[in-house]
Design a protein around this ligand. Structure first.
Ligand SMILES: Nc1nc2c(ncn2[C@@H]2O[C@H](COP(=O)(O)OP(=O)(O)O)[C@@H](O)[C@H]2O)c(=O)[nH]1
Ligand SMILES: [Mg+2]
Length: 279
C-alpha cells in the first residue's frame, strides 16, 4: 500500500456497528501500537468524536441520523512505513436498506461504488432475519394449501445479495472473471453476541449459505473476519465504570480468517489494504 489513496465503501445496514467500529478504530489509530497508525491529521472526525466521548464514559453512542453521510479522511501507515489515505464513511444505515427496497441507487451511492477500491460488508448475524426458503419450506410443499397467513417476505440474506448485485451493476463492474477490484471483505460484527466457535468463513457459510456462495463465486479472494468493536454490550444510559476506567482502547478484538483472536482491531483494514495493494 505505497502512498496510494484507498477508499473503502463500507456497506452495512443500521445497527450493525459501523459507528462504534469507526470510533474504536480511530482511537487505536491515534493511540498507536497496532498494525496501522495515524500518520498525520485526520479530517472530519465529528461523527466519531461523539462516539469516542461516549465510549470513554463507558456508554454506547446514539443512532446515526438516517440522512447523514460523512466521509472522514485518515492518513494511515503500517509498521513497514507504507502509507495510504483511508476514506472512512459514517452514515445512517437506513440508506442501505432503501437501496434495496426502492430498487434505486442514488447518484452519490453510484459514485461511491465506482470510486471505492475496497468494499467492506458488515454483517451482524444476530439481527439477520431468515425467511422461509428451500430449507424451511421444501419445494414439495409448494403445491399444498396455505397453512398460515404470514405473507411471503424476502429474507435478509436475499436482500444482502441483491444489494451486492445492485452495487456491482451500477458500478459497471464486469463479472466475466472472478473479481479482484474492488476487493471484498466481510466483517461479522458484534462477534461477542454469537457465542460461535469456528472461523468467520465457516460461520458465514453455515448461517448464510446463499450469501456465502454468491460472494465466493463472484470474488476471487474475498476475506472473512469477525469483529467485536466493543467486546461486550454497552448501554446508552448507564455508564459501565469498569469500561471507562480501563479505557475503551483496552476493549475489542477481531477474529482473523484462521479463527484466531487478536486485540488489534486495525488488522482487518491492514490486511485488506495489504492483500490488495497491487489491485
Ligand atoms: N455486543 C456488542 N454490541 C455492539 C458492538 N458494536 C456495536 N454494538 C452495539 O450495536 C448497536 C449499533 O451500533 P452502531 O455502531 O450505532 O451501528 P450503526 O448503525 O451501524 O452505526 C449499538 O447499540 C452498539 O452499542 C460490539 O462489538 N458488541
Ligand atoms: Mg451509525
Amino acid at each position: 500500500m505505497s502512498e496510494m489513496k484507498r477508499s473503502i465503501l463500507m456497506v452495512g445496514e443500521s445497527n450493525v456497528g459501523k459507528t462504534h467500529y469507526g470510533a474504536q478504530l480511530l482511537k487505536r489509530l491515534i493511540v498507536g501500537g497496532g498494525a496501522l497508525y495515524m500518520e498525520g491529521a485526520a479530517t472530519n472526525l465529528t461523527p466519531f468524536e461523539k462516539a469516542m466521548d461516549s465510549l470513554a464514559e463507558g456508554r454506547a453512542t446514539e443512532h446515526t441520523p438516517s440522512t447523514t453521510y460523512v466521509e472522514s479522511i485518515w492518513p494511515i501507515a503500517d509498521s513497514l512505513g507504507q502509507s495510504a489515505s483511508l476514506v472512512w464513511p459514517d452514515y445512517g444505515g437506513e440508506q442501505v436498506r432503501s437501496l434495496v427496497t426502492e430498487r434505486r441507487v442514488p447518484g452519490a451511492w453510484r459514485e461511491r461504488a465506482v470510486s471505492a477500491t475496497d468494499w467492506l460488508l458488515l454483517v451482524r448475524l444476530h439481527t439477520i432475519r431468515t425467511a422461509n426458503d428451500m430449507l424451511s419450506r421444501p419445494i414439495n410443499t409448494l403445491g399444498e394449501g396455505r397453512v398460515d397467513e404470514t405473507p411471503h417476505q424476502v429474507s435478509d440474506q436475499a436482500k444482502l445479495i441483491e444489494l451486492l448485485q445492485m452495487l456491482l451493476h451500477v458500478a459497471g463492474i464486469n463479472r466475466d472473471a472472478p473479481l479482484t477490484t474492488p476487493s471484498l471483505s466481510v466483517l461479522l460484527t458484534c462477534w461477542d453476541e454469537l457465542g460461535a466457535e469456528g472461523t468467520p468463513r465457516d460461520i458465514l457459510e453455515d448461517q448464510l449459505p446463499m450469501l456465502f456462495s454468491f460472494i465466493t463465486s463472484n470474488w476471487k479472494n474475498p476475506m472473512f473476519m469477525g469483529l467485536s468493536a466493543l467486546e461486550k454490550p454497552l448501554s446508552q444510559s448507564d455508564a459501565d465504570e469498569g469500561y471507562a476506567n480501563r479505557g475503551p482502547e483496552e476493549f475489542g478484538y477481531v477474529i482473523l480468517p484462521d479463527g484466531t483472536c487478536s486485540p488489534d482491531i486495525t488488522l482487518p483494514i491492514q490486511r485488506l489494504l495489504a492483500d490488495n495493494s497491487t489491485a
